[in-house]
Design a protein around this ligand. Structure first.
Ligand code: BTN
Length: 327
């Protein structure tokens, strides 16, 4: 690892504490001048490092530059995020990760971009991904669980992402079935999982889990989008670190995916889910259904009671939500 990377990793590990130049030089077995040069190079690249005369250096709380080293310093995972690719810009981190997957990228590889020029949402929609304000992250997984379990991935990711956001901003998030995170009635996060099946085994070869979170800024979206989307900062006044959020999502995701078959995450999912108890309209194939959302079953499907009393379970693959009316 380059001295610059090692210095950045050491500062991130110190979690806002001051580290002296001498201490870093000794730890990294380089000269104090090499440490000083590394700090200057980091500043030139846009990292917010504070130099405190006669005491040392610290990574500023204000630092908003994404970095593999800073995320790695906060990881508690075995596999997820053990390889991280940070990009200034790409069309879509999911597209980038799918190309990597097709050429054999390992389980846990994460692709993170500062902005996306063609961010993708579900159902062919776009995901607005402005520079410096959100996290746009795609994680490659190569799980060995069944296709039945694979259907739970997206709801499991929604739960992990909600927990990660809450742990950093200490505010409540809601989940709107199947995979949107909300704060105070507007969307802060969307998830798009794209999977590839093996022709031989008919099992999952890989899945790319794409997570987009609107983190910083108060006037990020135009008027039309502002009616339905918001940022964590706009709702809580808290400027959370985008690097910390990436790390926390990866930490929580590994924890939940590791026991996905036990379905424990569904308890936390159901606690946050906001359609339950409301009258909803959903598009299932060609038909439009209206009914009361009764809850989420053990396959993360939405249980709906139609007007004629019939009970139906909607899977995300076959239904998308049109309207919610408060009951
Ligand atoms: C949705 O809200 O419909 C899903 C949005 C998913 C957005 C994320 S951002 C990272 C990844 N790359 C993409 O192009 N999309 C996902």
């Amino acid at each position: 690892m380059k001295v610059k990377s090692q210095v950045l990793y050491t500062l991130a590990q110190a979690r806002g504490a001051v580290v002296s130049g001498a201490c870093m030089a000794e730890k990294l077995k380089v000269s104090r001048n090499a440490v000083w040069k590394a700090i200057k190079a980091l500043e030139e690249e846009g990292f917010a490092v504070e130099s405190l005369p006669s005491s040392g250096y610290r990574l500023s709380e204000e630092n908003n530059r994404l970095s593999e080293e800073i995320i790695s310093a906060e990881l508690e995972t075995k596999a997820l995020g053990r390889k991280i690719i940070v990009l200034d810009e790409t069309d879509s981190t999911n597209n980038y990760a799918k190309k990597l997957s097709a050429s054999g990228a390992e389980h846990g590889t994460a692709v993170i971009a500062d902005c996306q020029s063609a961010g993708k949402g579900r159902l062919g929609r776009s995901f607005v991904s402005p520079k410096g304000t959100g996290i746009y992250m795609s994680v490659i997984i190569r799980p060995d669980f069944s296709m039945e379990t694979a259907r739970l991935i997206t709801s499991c990711v929604a739960c992990a992402s909600a927990e990660a956001v809450e742990s950093l901003c200490k505010a409540e998030t809601n989940i709107k079935w199947v995979n949107d995170l909300y704060m105070n009635g507007r969307k802060i996060c969307g998830i798009l999982t794209e999977a590839s099946l093996s022709m031989e085994t008919k099992a999952l070869d890989y899945a790319v889990i794409g997570i987009g979170v609107n983190v910083l800024g108060k006037n990020v979206f135009d008027d039309e989008l502002s009616a339905i989307a918001t940022t964590i900062e706009a709702e809580t006044d808290v400027k959370i670190s985008r690097n910390s959020l990436c790390a926390q999502i990866l930490n929580k995701l590994e924890e939940h995916l590791g026991k996905i078959e036990e379905r424990d995450f569904l308890t936390e999912y159901r606690r946050r889910e906001i359609l339950t108890g409301n009258i909803i309209t959903a598009n299932a194939g060609e038909v439009s259904l209206t009914g009361k959302a009764l809850g989420i079953d053990d396959n993360a499907e939405l249980i709906v009671q139609l007007d004629d009393g019939t009970i139906k379970s909607l899977s995300s693959g076959e239904a998308n939500l049109c309207r919610i009316k408060k009951n």
